[in-house]
Design a protein around this ligand. Structure first.
Ligand code: S3P
Length: 426
């Protein structure tokens, strides 16, 4: 029976914690390791259920995976991609399904990719269309999973993606990695570019310029990888510290790739007291520590180019906006409706239950602040890890306790969430 969780008002958050491994980069590290055909050690691999789904897929594809330590794995890919038929369980993970689709489409095997109830409802047309243009043969359930991909030699394409999605871009680039000629993807705005950075780090023939990426068939070099902390996980603590009076925290080892730092830009715009310390580069990715203290906040409008840079943080940004003076507007974010849950509809419904002044819009929401949240409610997380954690952060400033049902969906990306929250809560 999934565990419920009660959250109560706290005095403040104080101290420092290391932020657990980035989900997007962990996925890509296991996938790229499998594609090297050699032996790769990955340091600081996420223990979230989504990344474990990817690790299990890599095993199903023939890799030998060994845990050398808690989050330190060794992937031996010398026997990968040798079978004719694969059945790949992607669990709840959209990244696994969409990126592995690109990987298997260009290899001669017959692969079924399936997932849980939530993943089976998510749109796959966005990757089916470009893969079919490359010549892939895909059977699907009205453009949803399960997907049956009959892999073959593909043709390069010049694809203009209608959406700024790193999953779509990565799917095409990973297919292009095993396709003769130049495969080119252009997106309307730049989405997270971890795939491009990791492929480059492993010597792929890939070039990027603004919103355009080009790749040619290449063999990856097996090279050890290290995963930085997840800014999307850090975001819950950034927002908590920004809204709980008296807070002062340092979040260590956080990935600061500019395609992911929209949350930092928005906090600064809202007047948050935030500074970046100890900036450095690790495996081609920017990383640093974030020092954030409570301060009074003002509203902002969030739209356009910044949306892909903070897409996963929008639910917790809505919580932040309830504690900012004025009207915060979020637009151009209709793809939030296609995440693990319809994050616009579900978030608005649940935040209203605890007293937020929030209005649903087709492509976002409008929040009036600053609101004294009353709490004193039972809320749903709709099997969505980020909704669960966003509601928890809201509960920290509610007058009365909030019960979050089925809170353990948090394990999808951030099993360490409650223990880190306990370390920081005073
Ligand atoms: C991800 C890309 C984003 C993000 C998701 C992870 C990735 O999705 O929301 O949590 O790892 O590539 P889209 O590419 O669909 O925007």
């Amino acid at each position: 029976m999934p565990a419920n969780q009660t959250v109560k008002k706290i005095n403040s958050l104080k101290g420092e914690v290391s932020i657990p491994p980035d989900k997007s980069i962990s996925h890509r590290s296991a996938m790229c390791a499998a594609l090297t055909g050699g032996i790769v050690e990955v340091n600081n691999f996420s223990q979230g259920a989504d990344c474990i789904s990817t690790l299990n897929i890599v095993k199903a594809l023939g890799c030998d995976v060994e845990f050398l330590g808690d989050k330190h794995i060794k992937i031996d890919a010398s026997n990968a991609f040798k079978k004719d038929v694969y059945n790949l369980d992607c669990g709840n993970s959209g990244t696994s399904m969409r990126l592995f689709s690109g990987i298997v489409a260009s290899r001669e095997s017959e692969t079924t990719l399936f997932g849980d109830e939530s993943l089976s409802k998510r749109p796959m047309k966005r990757i089916i269309t470009p893969l079919e243009l490359m010549g892939a043969k895909i059977k699907h359930n009205q453009f949803k999973a399960p997907l049956l991909i009959k892999g073959a030699e593909l043709f390069p394409i010049d694809y203009k993606s209608p959406i700024a999605s790193a999953q779509v871009k990565s799917c095409i680039l990973l297919a292009g990695l095993n396709t003769y000629g130049e495969t080119k993807v252009t997106e309307p705005y730049l989405s997270r570019n971890h795939t491009e950075k990791m492929l480059k780090y492993l010597d792929a023939d890939i070039e990027t310029c603004g919103t355009v990426s080009k790749i040619r068939k290449s063999q990856l070099t097996p090279r050890n990888l290290s995963v930085c902390g997840d800014i999307s996980s850090a975001a819950f603590f950034m927002v908590a510290a920004a809204i709980v009076p008296g807070s002062d925290v340092i979040l260590k080892n956080v990935g600061l790739n500019p395609t992911r730092t929209g949350i930092v830009d928005i906090l600064l715009k809202m007047g948050a007291d935030i500074e970046i310390l100890n900036q450095r580069l690790e495996c081609n990715e920017e990383i640093g520590d974030i020092h954030i203290r409570y301060s009074s906040l003002k509203s902002v409008t969030i739209e356009g180019e910044i949306i892909p840079r903070l897409i996963d943080e929008l639910p917790v940004i809505a919580v932040l906006a309830t504690q900012a003076e004025g009207t915060t507007i979020v637009k151009d974010a209709s793809d939030l409706r296609n995440k693990e849950a319809d994050r616009i509809k579900c978030l608005v419904a649940e935040l209203k239950k605890i007293g937020a002044d929030i209005e649903e819009k087709p492509d976002g929401f409008i929040i009036n602040g600053k609101t004294k949240l009353k709490g004193d409610a039972e809320v749903e997380c709709y099997h969505d890890h980020r909704l669960a954690m966003s509601l928890y952060v809201a509960g920290l400033v509610c007058d009365k306790p909030v019960l979050i049902k089925e809170f353990d969906w948090v394990n999808i990306s951030f099993p360490e969430f409650l223990s880190l929250m306990n370390v920081l809560s005073v």
